[in-house]
Design a protein around this ligand. Structure first.
Ligand code: SF4
Length: 359
C-alpha cells in the first residue's frame, strides 16, 4: 500500500479507488485511518466541533412478514404479542420525546401486510398537523418498498402519494449490507439491492429527502461490505449527491435466529474511518450512539461529524442495545474528546448545489 499517495489524494480532494480503500482497511494502523478520516472530514466540517440532536425511533408496529434471521423484533401476523400503535399512542410517544427536548422522530416498523401507502400518508399528515415544529423521518425505504408492493403501485407513484400528504423525509434504513449474496443468506424476503436503489431514486426524484445507512457485524465478508460502499458511492454520484448522510450501526446478536458475537469498538471505528474516506461524496457521516453507546463518540476522531442521542428504539433494545437518558454525560464525553457539541436543527433536504457550495 502506498500511504503517501493515498494521503496526497485526500489532501487534494480526489476520490480514492476501491483497491486503495481495501488496502488501507487491511494494512493501515488505527492512527493512520483516524488521520486520513479526519483530513477528509475537514473538507466539510470544523475539526473541533460535532453536531447532535435528540431523537426517538418509534416502532409503530412489530408485525412483519419479511422474516430476516438477524431480527429480534418482529412477530408474524396472528402470532402472540403483535401490536400496531394507534394515533393516540403514537402521540404519547412523541410527547415523551418532546419532554426530553427531542426534535426528530424516526418511524420504523415492519412489513405489515395491511398497511398501504395511503394509510401511511394519512397518518403522517395528521401527525404533521399536530406537531408542526418536529421533523419526522416517516418510513424506512424498506417499508416504503413493501408498502408500494402491496398497494400495487410503482415507487414513483408511492413517492408522489407520500409527497401529496406532506411527507418530507424517509430514510435509507433497512439496508444492512447491500449485497445480494448477503441478502439471500439472511433476508431473502426483504428486497434485492438493485430494487433498493430504484426505490431510493424514485423518492429523491419526487423531491423527498433520504439518507444512507449500513449495518455491520453479522457474518458479512469484507468484500460484501465494500460492495455496499461502492454501490452507495456510485449511487450518490448518480443522484447528484442528494443523500443527506451516511450512518453505520452495528448488529446486536441477542434474541434472534442468527445469533453470533458483537463486533468490537475498534472494528466499528476502523470501518467508520474507511466509510468517511471512501465515501468522499457524503458531507455527513454519523456515528451510532444507539448501538455503540458512548464509545460511538470516539467515532468523531474517525471521521464522523454528527450523532443522535436516542431516547427509544425497541428494535435495537430487543436485540441487546441499551439507551441512556443521561444526555449531559454524553455531551461531556464529547467535549472531553476535544469536540464542542452543537445542537443542530434537522437538516434541510440537500440539493447538489448546496453540496458544491460547501465543498
Ligand atoms: S429487520 Fe425489519 S424487515 Fe426484517 S424481519 Fe425485522 S422488522 Fe421485518
Amino acid at each position: 500500500m502506498n500511504f503517501r499517495s493515498i494521503e496526497e489524494k485526500i489532501q487534494t480532494e480526489q476520490a480514492i479507488s476501491r483497491q486503495e480503500a481495501e488496502d488501507l482497511f487491511k494494512q493501515g494502523s488505527d492512527q493512520e485511518l483516524a488521520h486520513l478520516a479526519s483530513l477528509t472530514r475537514k473538507r466539510f466540517h470544523r475539526p473541533n466541533e460535532a453536531t447532535y440532536l435528540i431523537m426517538a425511533i418509534i416502532n409503530y408496529t412489530n408485525v412483519c412478514v419479511a422474516k430476516c434471521d438477524y431480527c429480534s423484533f418482529y412477530r408474524l401476523p396472528h402470532q402472540e404479542g403483535t401490536y400496531l400503535l394507534s394515533f393516540e399512542e403514537l402521540c404519547e410517544r412523541i410527547d415523551q420525546l418532546s419532554s426530553h427536548g427531542g426534535t426528530l422522530v424516526g418511524f420504523n416498523g415492519g412489513f405489515h401486510p395491511k398497511l398501504q401507502i395511503q394509510d401511511y400518508g394519512a397518518l403522517f399528515a395528521k401527525i404533521h398537523q399536530k406537531y408542526p415544529k418536529l421533523t419526522f423521518y416517516e418510513m424506512t425505504i424498506a417499508e416504503f418498498m413493501f408498502s408500494c408492493k402491496i398497494s400495487k403501485i410503482s415507487y414513483q407513484e408511492g413517492a408522489e402519494i407520500l409527497k401529496s400528504f406532506g411527507t418530507e423525509w424517509i430514510t435509507g434504513g433497512g439496508a444492512e449490507i447491500l449485497d445480494d449474496q448477503f441478502r439471500m443468506r439472511h433476508s431473502p424476503g426483504k428486497f434485492k439491492t438493485d430494487d433498493y436503489f430504484k426505490a431510493q431514486e424514485a423518492v429523491l426524484d419526487a423531491g423527498l429527502g433520504s439518507t444512507a445507512t449500513m449495518v455491520i457485524g453479522f457474518d458479512e465478508t469484507i468484500e460484501e461490505r465494500f460492495n455496499h460502499l461502492e454501490k452507495l458511492r456510485n449511487f450518490q454520484e448518480k443522484v447528484d449527491r442528494k443523500l443527506s448522510s451516511f450512518l453505520c450501526w452495528t448488529y446486536k446478536p441477542w434474541n434472534n435466529e442468527l445469533g453470533g458475537k458483537e463486533i468490537s469498538t475498534q472494528d466499528y471505528l476502523r470501518w467508520l474511518a474507511i466509510s468517511r474516506i471512501y465515501l468522499h461524496n457524503f458531507i455527513n457521516i454519523r456515528t451510532s450512539v444507539l448501538t455503540r453507546n458512548e464509545d460511538a463518540l470516539l467515532g468523531l476522531k474517525y471521521g464522523a461529524n454528527d450523532f443522535d442521542i436516542p431516547t427509544e428504539d425497541e428494535v435495537t433494545e430487543k436485540a441487546g442495545a441499551t439507551i441512556s437518558l443521561d444526555f449531559s454525560r454524553i455531551l461531556e464525553n464529547c467535549e472531553n474528546l476535544g469536540f464542542k457539541p452543537i445542537h443542530r436543527e434537522a437538516w434541510t433536504r440537500p440539493s447538489s448545489t448546496k453540496f458544491k457550495e460547501r465543498c
